[in-house]
Design a protein around this ligand. Sequence first.
Ligand SMILES: C[S@@+](CC[C@H](N)C(=O)[O-])C[C@H]1O[C@@H](n2cnc3c(N)ncnc32)[C@H](O)[C@@H]1O
Length: 278
Amino acid sequence: MNYIELDLKVDPEFSEILMAELGEAGFESFVETDEGLLAYIQEADFDEQAIHDLTAKYLDLTTIAATWKSLERRNWNEEWEKSYEPIEVGDQVRVRATFHEPDPSFTYDLLIQPKMSFGTGHHETTWLVMNEQLRLPHERLSIMDVGCGTGILAILAHKLGASHLLGFDIDEWAVENTRENFAMNGLPAESEVFQGTIQDVPDEKIFGGVLANINRNILLAEIPTYVKHLEPGGWLVTSGFYETDQADIEKCAAENGLKKLRSNTRNQWATVVFEKIK
Ligand SMILES: C[S@@+](CC[C@H](N)C(=O)[O-])C[C@H]1O[C@@H](n2cnc3c(N)ncnc32)[C@H](O)[C@@H]1O
């Protein structure tokens, strides 16, 4: 049986009330930490939406940053083979696993084996970002993929003509999976993948485009740093937040020298595309 470990960074004052709520939602055990709370639930009972709702509910009172991970590896390929169908973005992009036949009518054929990592194109946010990538220049640009998951966004960037890719993720399994998927999709050996955050990217590295499908709180904290790594006129695609959080993201971006180009939504999830003012 696999368990999910939910890591809530929150003012300890709120730990008790959160434990009561999480207990009702099926979480079985808790460990209070200096920074908040670790909570454990069987993977089958875990509901990502419920955690988003919980975080949103307390936002007016305190800041809660929620991250979670599965405590054991599973054979995702086996799970996939039971239920996974290729996913299409417009009439140009098709994401599939190796056990699906290629469809030559699509210009961009992406091979993704997800393992434990987020990012097959099935999630609204991944789909929304890929849909925006199709409208953005990539030719000969250096592109950074923040929270690369399976590496899917960087792989599409490569297929759209990007010259150099840098991807990173805090999750070691995502990093391992991105490396595998990069190799499977023929990304150049010079592509960089590492485990870490934007803080680990050297100041002198400048990009023509940044892909950041993360979440509201991390975006609000990190947008100023993304901007420092963008060349003037470079673009930033943000996602991983709900429509209700879009105004906060846009305000933060405007305060940091970004101009909004456009936005889109899908099932209440949002994406906003910005350009660094020259
Ligand atoms: C919503 S998923 C997106 C994955 C993939 N880029 C996609 O679009 O499908 C967010 C990813 O960001 C990673 N992550 C979360 N916080 C991060 C941070 N501060 N820096 C880097 N990666 C982070 C998570 O481990 C997860 O793989």
